[in-house]
Ligand binder design. Sequence first.
Ligand SMILES: CSCC[C@H](NC(C)=O)C(=O)N[C@@H](C)C(=O)N[C@@H](CO)C(=O)O
Length: 667
Amino acid sequence: IQATGPERHFTGADLFSLEVAADPQISPDGSQVAYVRRSGDIMTDQFRSTIWLVDTRSSEQTPIAAGPGGHFSPRWSPDGSRLAYISSAEGGTTQIFVRWMESGEAVRLTNLPYAPGSIAWSPDGTRIAYSMLIPGESAGLGSAPDAPEGAEWADPLDVTTAVGYRADGQGYLRPGFNQIFVVPADGGTARQLSFGDYHHGGPLSWTPDGRAILFSGDLTPDWEMDPVEGEIYSLDVTTSAITPLTDRNGPDVNPVVSPDGRHIAWLGFDDQRRGYENVLLHVSDSDGSNQRVLTGALDRSINTAIWSANSRAVYVSYDDHGQTKVARVSLSGSITTVAEGLNGASLDRPYSGGSFSVARDGTLAITSGPATSPADIVLVRGSNRRQLTHLNDDLLGHKVMGEVRRMETASTFDGRPIESWLTLPPGHVEGQRHPLILEIHGGPFAAYGPHFSTDNQLYAAAGYAVLSVNPRGSTSYGTEFANLIHHAYPGNDYHDLMSAVDGVIAAGFADPDQLFVTGGSGGGVLTSWIVGNTNRFRAAATQKPVINWTTQALISDIPVFVANYWFGALPWEDQQSYWSRSPLSLVGNVETPTLVLVGGEDERTPVSEAEQYYMALRMEGVPTTLIRVPGASHGGLAARPSQSAAKASAILAWFDRYRNAPNDIME
Ligand SMILES: CSCC[C@H](NC(C)=O)C(=O)N[C@@H](C)C(=O)N[C@@H](CO)C(=O)O
């Protein structure tokens, strides 16, 4: 059929035209913002990262690194005359580049064998510190016979003794440790500063005299079995001597030295082996003494900390009711919100997030945008906000997007307010009821909010209303609300989700006979849990779920964390809890047609979780289909635009099959 006009609704093909702004770095004088622009590319089926500069007065944009390859992590030199970044512009391994802003000349600074990260300028602008993984030896055991000359034999045995031998997005890890290096900022030889069989983690922060670099890590022999632990260390740039600055039981990470060198700020908490803790902003004197918490009264988790130029306050970002905000925290602990409405770079689902930076005069560059468009760069000066980029106006300005409305319902379990956001089909008319998709977030300690989501917009364009709920356990509502699911997940969150659905039905938006449910990861757990508890949904799609906590605790890339923090016992010590909280325990109840979908390279909730559920549903005679997304990790399930669009299309095709089925088929 010939199209008779432009397509006004959001389509899967539109994913290739989306762009999103990330990692905004405002220059020290506030005149320019360097940022990462991620753009869909239909020929490579990827989101490509380039670096652009936007003038804060004229909004004029200049490309900094936009040619072949990927370009990211722009970082201003302290005087703003140069910009360092990481790039694969010359092919092969990513390298550190520096651009001299006045001349516009950019040079490759390094010739590294492995990818650098966590780049940090020394305060005098003469050196750049970075971290890099240095491969170690595989644990050997026995040997193969000697191969004859010219023979082509199989790869040698892969022998490991590591606990963390796999990681989502990386697969099976090669042995090695993250080390810290320094390279002259005008070219020269890089020098390794840290050594030993421990990870020395970024971000890195120099002391103002350039003599030491602060980093975090766990340099104790037990580090592998304690995935949460971390301390702040000071590394002497001349002697490589390491001095610990913190020593409590709990993570101490992200150290930042104040510009005057008198204080250190960092993030962390006392480890109580609970599923969730607020990450708190700490400060101490420069030698680690006089440690104190500055955000204890906020009851929110701190994501990022950046010192003000006068060293009197720390700018932090935190999530509150699904929204990401920036606050200025003074050394006396007073907290003033200075920016709201940040948006992150995740495109497929409406997770809260976002990033920011601060100029010398306190001007902020943030990533922000409405729920109907991906994040742009916004400048915030006091109460003035100015949008500097409009990356998607060319595409979305010509589309009718699904409107997003905030909802709130009391949970039938205990009356607690449960917040959610409803995406309505474009062209919604007041009083009209729609088929409803309940779309559940993962984590489970994470939060949805009024943020752009390609999944939700594609479902809405197909005529569904989509409900994004923050049930108990969600972050951004404080420690008590999050820990309502401590050692009890899944559980009463079920009632919160069903209450939110009933709230939308009561408000007249949803057709009670046309309910559908989906969700990814922790949201896949709850999707499978829901169909094990009720037949109210016509069809379900469980994405990258955990189905059996015993196998999850042994096969995923977070085994010790799952066992110690989400259960408090090993699977064979408390099989009753592991089994009764596994959706597999309820599979005998399931009658809802349930699609099962997983990334083929998922190491977080491994493919075998989805496969167990698919086979169990088949054995029970429940209508099901298994979809594997080739090459996709857990975090990268929607990384390729074609797969993201095809995934939403498959879920819609599954739901449409049962949406249009006569009622007697459903009974
Ligand atoms: C120490 S890792 C804690 C688990 C981790 N949590 C978050 C917030 O990412 C995680 O990966 N959980 C997965 C089981 C999960 O539900 N992931 C979510 C959120 O990232 C997803 O949608 O993929």
